[in-house]
Ligand binder design. Structure first.
Ligand SMILES: NC(=O)c1ccc[n+]([C@@H]2O[C@H](COP(=O)([O-])OP(=O)(O)OC[C@H]3O[C@@H](n4cnc5c(N)ncnc54)[C@H](OP(=O)(O)O)[C@@H]3O)[C@@H](O)[C@H]2O)c1
Length: 206
């Protein structure tokens, strides 16, 4: 399959890219500053130009998105906009533009995170955005055409990221990036649609 991975140079994207390549797929690695193709998915024109250049694909994966971590009473408009423009609207726009370039039977896989389900310190913006994305996926799955499917992966904190995020995730089970990558593969190759795949430990997603 020809598979577009947005955020391919990131912690999750690297592991997903590695697994997809090992499975024999052609991976187009996308980032803002690094990759086979540069796109900023916050910008619809950048998205359109990138897909015009690339043409049709069999699957699209997004493993990206910035959000602000701050106490609720310190979150200002710019902090909210950061998560809304990047993680929320960026992924929604990727679906709007990308589905036009997705072959029949193709799939889209987005990324949310465990903070949608488990409150963490300074996590109100992340929880709000992750939750909105999961509802978006459940809703838009009913409107995609040509047997296209969409799912979203909600990872716990990566084992590889734990040191950086330990203040927020003390006591959480972590997931190794190479194990998490299998959940993205499952979304691409399987039959699930409109689902949030909760990858909350090394036991894999439910
Ligand atoms: N890491 C974790 O433990 C963890 C756990 C749960 C959920 N998540 C979620 O998973 C997602 C990815 O996390 P990560 O740790 O893998 O991220 P990361 O290491 O920071 O990598 C993010 C990647 O996304 C690309 N990117 C960012 N904004 C973009 C944009 N507007 N357009 C195109 N590409 C863009 C970046 O490209 P450039 O470098 O070129 O800018 C980078 O390659 C995030 O939504 C995060 O909240 C992460």
């Amino acid at each position: 399959m020809k598979i577009l991975v947005v955020g391919a140079a990131g912690n999750i994207g690297q592991a997903v890219t590695q697994l997809l390549k090992a499975e024999g797929h052609q991976v187009i690695q996308v980032g803002r500053t690094r990759g086979d193709l540069l796109m900023d998915i916050r910008d619809p024109n950048s998205l359109q130009q990138g897909f015009n250049q690339l043409g049709k694909v069999d699957a699209i994966i997004a493993a990206m998105g910035d959000v602000a971590f701050k106490p609720f009473d310190q979150l200002d408009q710019a902090d909210w906009q950061k998560g809304i423009q990047s993680k929320l609207l960026g992924q929604i726009q990727l679906v709007q533009v990308g589905s036009q370039f997705l072959n029949a039977g193709g799939s889209i896989t987005l990324t949310s995170g465990i903070i949608a389900d488990v409150p963490v310190k300074d996590g109100v913006s992340a929880a709000t955005i992750n939750g909105a994305l999961e509802h978006f996926v459940a809703a838009v799955a009913n409107e995609l055409t040509h047997q296209q499917r969409i799912n979203i992966v909600s990872p716990t904190v990566l084992t590889e990221s734990y040191t950086a995020y330990r203040d927020y995730f003390a006591g959480f089970s972590t997931i190794d990036a190479d194990i998490l990558a299998k959940t993205y593969l499952r979304s691409v190759m399987g039959r699930e649609n409109g689902r949030t795949l909760k990858a909350f430990s090394n036991a894999g997603a439910v």
